[in-house]
Design a protein around this ligand. Structure first.
Ligand code: XMP
Length: 326
């Protein structure tokens, strides 16, 4: 029978069998999946796990600080934060193609891990030889949608599956590979993680990098971060966090439209709101948000975010649209 207690027990045993007396590192993204994976591995091998949080500059407002504070407080894991903002921006320079972005981000993630690994090995002294494993919060839908599960066509290279480089230096530990998101949340609860972590809405590993349609630049990231923070603030204030699955906020950086703001003509970018409801992200319906909430978000974004003069609502289900635009 499927119970979260059994899942935890089985996975802890499987992790112990796989890792033996070696060491592992785990990439934390700030999301539920990597947090639960890390907590499971932490339960299995204790302080032989070191978590690495890569600040790739594609995070939303306040996210890095949240990982540094909340997750460490909840689990007591060892955490290393790497500032890799410049590196990711450089690697993404001039790139607009969604799959190319995903592959670059996946590759850079691993390269940064390899650097972190070297540092962790150095810090581990005589135990340093044994940092051989990389923990990832890969879920069943990630596997399926990257074409790795049941032979379905490749839809998107999720950064943690199809985006891995071929010369990967680590053996992977993926304790959530058979689970859906709602099951992962239950496992997180079973492990005693706090609500703020367990109920957090999904956010993709490649972050805002795949929510800018067009080239990713620092300027555009700043702009999108502001718009996203406003949307999240208003959705939370309206008490809608549990009702919607997630609400990607997308910047159409290569599109401009004419507007009128203040006394003059503007020629700015549209922001897309993509609120969806879903059970497992495999399919989704667009959320019928109350008009007054949409109105508040739209007014605030166009007033407060420079260069944005239009807010549009994505009313497409999945299929045919995917949740993220890239
Ligand atoms: P799509 O866009 O494929 O998204 O309908 C399904 C769910 O997966 C999230 N997503 C990702 N999560 N790495 C992740 O960890 C990724 O590369 C990635 N791409 C999409 C997306 O936010 C949605 O919840």
């Amino acid at each position: 029978t499927w119970t979260t207690g059994n899942v935890v027990e089985e996975q802890v045993a499987a992790i112990r069998a796989q890792v033996g007396d070696k060491r592992a590192i785990c990439g934390l993204s700030g999301g539920v999946d990597s947090a639960v994976a890390a907590a499971l591995v932490n339960k299995a091998i204790g302080d032989r796990l070191t978590c690495v949080y890569v600040d790739h500059g594609l995070m939303r407002k306040g996210e890095t600080e949240q990982v540094e504070k909340d997750f460490v407080a909840a689990t007591g894991v060892q955490l290393k934060v790497v500032d890799a903002q410049e590196r990711f921006l450089d690697a993404l320079k001039g790139v607009s193609d969604p799959e190319e972005k995903r592959k670059i981000i996946g590759r850079e993630f691993i390269r940064v891990f390899e650097q972190a690994q070297a540092e962790i090995i150095a810090e581990a002294g005589e135990h340093g030889e044994s940092v051989d494993f990389l923990v990832q919060g890969t879920l069943y839908p990630d596997v399926v949608e990257s074409g790795g599960g049941t032979g379905t066509a490749n839809i998107k290279s999720h950064h943690n599956v199809g985006g891995l480089p071929e010369d990967l230096q680590f053996a992977l530990v993926e304790p959530l590979r058979k689970l859906f998101k709602d099951e992962v949340r239950m496992v997180g609860q079973e492990l005693g993680l706090p609500e703020e972590i367990v109920q957090r809405q999904p956010f993709p590993g490649p972050g805002l990098g795949i929510r800018i349609v067009g080239e990713v630049t620092r300027d555009r990231l700043d702009l999108l971060r502001e718009a996203d923070a406003i949307a999240r603030e208003e959705l939370t204030a309206a008490g809608l966090d549990r009702e919607i699955w997630q609400c990607p906020v997308v910047l159409l950086a290569d599109v401009r439209s004419v507007g009128v703001q203040g006394d003059g003509r503007t020629y700015g970018h549209p922001i897309v709101l993509r609120p969806v409801s879903s059970e497992d992200a495999m399919t989704a319906d667009w959320s019928r948000l109350p008009y007054d909430v949409l109105a508040r978000i739209s007014t605030r974004i166009t007033n407060e975010v420079r260069d944005v003069n239009r807010v549009v609502l994505d009313c497409t289900s999945k299929p045919p649209g995917t949740i993220e635009w890239e």
